[in-house]
Design a protein. Structure first.
Length: 203
């Protein structure tokens, strides 16, 4: 089977969108806490410093969210255009993994909501933790665990049979909401045992 790996930029936008709910909530929280400074005082050194101290972080997070959402949109459009390079396989067993997104939210997102991002120590600690999480995320099956993607895609763990008769297993992401044993699907590898899948024929 052809081995394809996502570019680092593609992994980055997947990571960003997986944390978009957190980034949006942090931005709203920071803007709300510092709402007293939300008044135009002219363009001056002191006003720029005030903006940076109170709203720069939330502004950066919102910009990153837009980059991530746009990037993921084009990422999957590009993957779907290259599906002809994938392989048709027979599903022998399959298990829906959409519930993993709930665990992801509870484990990786909720704890950060209780930090004070107006404190520089907390801010730097958050950035360091995000960097560590990013390195783990982009080198594991977490790459497909994404709360935002769950609105349009489903995740499945499966065993499949290649045309050669060999049995393999992996994790797939697909627009299909339901896949069953004996379905024929086309899979395109995007990482180690990670695939994008399209249904070809029902059982």
């Amino acid at each position: 089977m052809r081995v394809n790996n996502l570019h680092q930029s593609a992994k980055f936008v997947l990571f960003i969108t997986s944390y978009t709910p957190l980034f949006v909530l942090i931005s709203i929280k920071q803007i709300k806490v510092n709402s007293i400074y939300l008044n135009w005082g002219g363009l001056s050194y002191s006003s720029i410093v005030t903006f940076c101290n109170n709203f720069l972080f939330s502004t950066i997070l919102i910009a990153i969210c837009f980059i991530g959402i746009i990037g993921v949109y084009f990422l999957f459009k590009n993957i779907e255009r290259t599906m002809d390079n994938g392989d048709n396989v027979l599903v022998s067993s399959i298990d829906n993994k959409n519930s993993e997104s709930i665990g992801y939210i509870a484990t990786y997102i909720v704890p950060f909501l209780f930090q004070d991002f107006n404190d520089w120590y907390e801010l730097m600690a958050f950035i360091c933790l995000m960097w560590i999480t990013y390195k783990i995320y982009t080198n594991s099956s977490l790459l497909l665990i994404n709360p935002l993607l769950s609105f349009k895609f489903s995740i499945f763990s499966l065993e499949y049979i290649l045309p050669s008769g060999k049995v393999r297993n992996g994790l797939i992401i697909s627009r299909e909401k339901e896949l069953l044993e004996e379905d024929i699907i086309k899979i395109y590898q995007i990482g180690y045992k990670l695939f994008f899948a399209q249904l070809r024929k029902n059982r």
